[in-house]
Write a protein that binds this ligand. Structure first.
Ligand SMILES: [Zn+2]
Length: 321
């Protein structure tokens, strides 16, 4: 990302090495991207074009020397539990009990999803989103779990399964809208409209809520510190909203505490996240926004637990729980 290479190389070995590297990268992209499996650096190339560059902070700062590798270990994920089929209506996919009041977004449409709101009128406002990418089961499973957390202060808003048709189809796309990736096409200014009906309805809701914090829960297909092409096990903090707050360092410490393999630890990556929902809530709404990526080879329960740990740590830091 952001790499510059000379156009002409005279050394045969360098040419062969570069050709081989490009070939391997092309193979990875050709096989992996169409499957829509997880989030990667390539996947976020559009999102990072305006970034000030990736930097690492927290306990993994400086640990960036790992080599990119083909997703050999990531190609055999665990057997996942069955994802319930929501059928024609979206409502059956939504959690039915929890402390928050349910609010319909895109109400009455086939894209209808629900936000669960606790303590309206209180502050700060924390928004947690799951299910943007329907194949990333840990994101929306964690959404269902986070929706059960009761806060004593502040306002917690959880949208556990934002892209219900994507979840049904195990897809990044938003069915019936022409949007091939639910986490692209979000606005970079208040005068811009998001791409597609679902994003427009969600954006309208988010603008009304004026969030102070936003966490969008995803998963990658390999550990970022082992394979830099994947975003697995990282907190992608929106770089347009100032320095990384201490709360995010605390979230990093909490999730890394039980992880013994240094290559499997989370790191903080600072990115503009342009055209992603988190980038837009950062740039346009000035929210402290981030994407959290767990890593798919880990058991689902562990990935969900990591998401929940990160969310709970933020809520604890904000004295909401
Ligand atoms: Zn994703």
């Amino acid at each position: 990302m952001g790499e510059t290479r000379p156009r002409v190389r005279t050394h045969t070995g360098l040419i062969l090495k570069d050709t081989l590297r490009r070939f391997m990268a092309a193979v990875c992209l050709a096989v992996w991207l169409p499957l829509g499996l997880g989030c990667s650096t390539s996947d976020l190339s559009g999102a990072t074009s305006g970034a000030t560059g990736i930097s690492l902070s927290g306990t993994q700062a400086g640990n960036t020397s790992s080599q990119a590798s083909a997703p050999t270990g990531a190609a055999t994920p665990e057997s996942e539990p069955q994802i319930p089929d929501p059928g024609a209506g979206a409502s059956s996919t939504q959690p039915t009990s929890g402390p928050g009041a349910a609010v319909a977004i895109a109400a009455g449409s086939r894209w209808e999803t629900r936000a669960y709101v606790q303590n309206p009128g209180s502050s700060p406002t924390v928004v947690i989103v799951g299910g943007m990418h329907g194949a990333e089961i840990a994101g929306f499973t964690a959404g269902d779990e986070v929706q059960k957390i009761t806060v004593r202060n502040g306002r917690l808003i959880v949208i556990p399964r934002v892209n219900v048709l994507g979840i049904k189809n195990k897809s990044r796309a938003v069915e019936g809208t022409g949007v091939s990736d639910c986490n692209r096409g979000w606005p970079s200014s208040s005068s811009e409209a998001p791409k597609g009906f679902l994003a427009q309805e969600v954006w309208k809701f988010l603008v009304e809520q004026k969030p102070d914090w936003v966490i969008d829960m995803h998963e990658g297909f390999a550990f970022h510190l082992e394979s830099s092409w994947s975003m697995g096990s990282s907190i992608l903090y929106c770089s347009t909203v100032g320095p990384t707050p201490p709360e995010v360092d605390s979230m990093l410490s909490a999730v890394n505490k039980p992880i013994t393999d240094p290559q499997h630890k989370f790191s903080i990556l600072r990115m503009a996240l342009e055209s992603c929902m988190s980038g837009s809530t950062g740039a346009v709404l000035n929210a402290r926004s981030m994407i959290v990526e767990t890593t798919r080879p880990l058991p689902l329960s562990e990935r969900v637990n990591q998401h929940v740990t990160i969310v709970r740590q933020l809520l604890s830091e904000l004295q909401m729980i």
